[in-house]
Ligand binder design. Structure first.
Ligand SMILES: Cc1cc2nc3c(=O)[nH]c(=O)nc-3n(C[C@H](O)[C@H](O)[C@H](O)COP(=O)(O)OP(=O)(O)OC[C@H]3O[C@@H](n4cnc5c(N)ncnc54)[C@H](O)[C@@H]3O)c2cc1C
Length: 381
């Protein structure tokens, strides 16, 4: 068992910290307040190579392995303060580039992957619907065959990057109820019959845009199918395994940064003549944060390693997603308490971290759904 990064991974991680702390820090308070997606910083991330991290070199990506990508994203999370923008990038990479790289036809890859990798196009995915979120395979959006094309009808909600996306991976029902009746389609934004709703205002991750997507008589050619007709649930499940890791990797860096801030504050902040860190309640809170961070980190690394080594890591990625998201919320909640009243004040940039963190126990399957998955693999539930 080997627990250290390679020299190259250390170099990648520190390069990411340097880039993120230089470019993804300024102006976050105002962008968060106004809910603005910073396209210029999206472009800066692309220039750094973030959007193309896992895309094979053949399509202009960096072709990194998953553990190296985790190292980079962890460094980004540590250095950046704009968690919303980072989420937009990881959602684009995991939920659009990921399935395209794995299941796309040569033509789909040639026409979209280079643009997604260099950030000139933005990807989004729509599976959630107003009446099916956790019950993901209960989706009602339909795709009917018509003269060799497919016609999509329905609506999607909570689509990350929706307001700015150039292409959508849409999951629709092409067959009977449940798992086998679903197909994924690649639908460019300008397709007639696809309409993007207004931006949805969120509690956190406010620099990551989100909207509904409406499909009314939305006609796409047979070549828009990603994978096979009826294989949408397989595409989705494999994508989820990757997304649970990629989207959560920056949180490891964020938690480390917050923990370090809390340690400094606990040493410097005095209540009376005593540093608050001298109180066991504060010191133990810090120890608990450290335990939460390090156990979540190990689960995430192991899941990424297992996916690389064995090609699949459903149980491990569910455990990692559950551990990282719950640790992230707990650590942010603890940080507010350690900072006292200052933790509640916008300028101290702790309260925003808590608002951002809360989303992680909801997206890519809620914490309850991860537990269902883990218990289900034991034949329970
Ligand atoms: C920031 C953010 C970004 C998102 N981005 C996208 C995106 O890009 N594309 C997309 O398609 N979707 C996206 N989503 C949607 C997300 O995947 C859903 O919100 C999530 O799957 C939960 O579905 P729901 O909101 O309908 O909640 P519901 O399914 O209504 O769940 C409500 C509550 O009931 C619990 N619950 C439901 N079923 C069960 C069960 N069987 N067992 C135990 N508990 C259960 C849930 O855990 C939750 O606590 C995003 C959501 C957020 C918050």
């Amino acid at each position: 068992m080997e627990f250290s990064w390679t020299e190259e991974q250390v170099r990648l991680r520190s390069g990411a910290v340097e880039f993120a702390s230089r470019r993804l820090v300024d102006g976050v308070i105002e962008r968060d307040r106004q809910g603005v997606f910073p396209r210029d910083l999206w472009d800066a991330c692309a220039e750094f190579g973030l959007q193309g991290l896992l895309v094979p070199a053949e399509w202009n990506g960096a072709g990194q392995d998953l553990l190296s990508a985790v190292a980079v994203l962890e460094g980004i999370g540590y250095g950046a303060l704009d968690n919303g923008l980072v989420f937009s990038v990881t959602a684009h990479a995991a939920s659009c580039e990921g399935p395209l790289s794995a299941y796309g036809s040569p033509e789909q890859k040639d026409s979209w992957l280079p643009r997604l990798a260099d950030g000139s196009a933005i990807g989004a995915t729509g599976i959630t619907e107003p009446d099916s979120g956790s019950d993901v395979f209960g989706l009602a959006t339909s795709a009917e065959e018509a003269g060799g094309d497919w016609v999509l009808e329905g609506s999607k909600t909570f689509v990350t990057n929706g307001p700015v996306a150039d292409v959508f991976l849409i999951y629709a029902r092409t067959g009977g109820p449940g798992f086998t009746g679903i197909t994924s389609f690649l639908v460019p934004r300008e397709t007639a019959g696809l309409a993007v709703g207004p931006s949805m205002e969120k509690m956190g991750l406010r620099t990551s845009p989100m909207s509904q997507v409406f499909l009314e008589g939305c006609r796409v050619p047979a070549t828009a199918v990603v994978g096979e007709v009826g294989s949408g649930a397989i595409v989705f499940n494999q994508t989820m395994d990757l997304e649970r890791l990629l989207v959560m990797a920056p949180a490891i860096g964020v938690m480390e940064r917050i923990l370090e801030r809390c340690v400094v504050h606990s040493r410097e902040r005095k209540a009376g003549s005593v540093a608050i860190g001298k109180h066991q309640s504060i010191a133990h809170r810090i120890a608990d944060m450290e335990l939460q961070l390090e156990s979540a980190r190990l689960l995430l690394y192991r899941a990424a390693w297992q996916r690389m080594a064995r090609g699949s890591a459903t149980r491990e990625s569910a455990l990692a997603k559950l551990a990282v998201s719950e640790a992230y919320v707990a650590i942010c909640r603890a940080a507010v308490q350690i900072f006292g009243g200052y933790g509640y004040i916008v300028d101290y940039q702790i309260e925003r971290e808590l608002r951002d963190a809360l989303a992680t126990t909801l997206y890519v399957g809620t914490s309850e759904i991860q537990k269902n998955l883990i218990a289900g693999l034991r034949g329970l539930g």
